[in-house]
Design a protein around this ligand. Structure first.
Ligand code: SF4
Ligand code: SF4
Length: 86
């Protein structure tokens, strides 16, 4: 991961699997994934809890950039057209 590939909140990774002990899997992805219309991105409802938990340093590693760049249509559409998919 590099600084040149920031997380832009497309939601892709949290719709593929649940990180650590914080979320519960649902048919639409992690139960803690929240669509933030004002910011046009997805956010994690457990963010503030995770950042003070030592386990959160490696998973999900907020601030570490995006590790899901390849074949990520969600990220591409948000980055290029501002479209945030459901
Ligand atoms: S796939 Fe990348 S850009 Fe999208 S939410 Fe996950 S880390 Fe952020
Ligand atoms: S970062 Fe938050 S929304 Fe994403 S999988 Fe982890 S708990 Fe769920």
């Amino acid at each position: 991961m590099t600084d040149s590939a920031p997380c832009i909140g497309c939601g892709y990774c949290c719709k593929q699997s649940v990180c650590g002990p914080w979320g519960t899997w649902t048919p639409s992805g992690c139960s803690e994934l929240v669509r933030d219309e004002a910011q046009n991105r997805y956010v994690c409802a457990k963010h503030n809890e995770i950042v003070v938990d030592p386990r959160g340093a490696v998973c999900p590693a907020f601030g570490g950039g995006c590790g899901s760049l390849l074949f990520n249509e969600r990220r591409r559409l948000l980055a290029t057209e501002g479209r945030l998919l459901y």
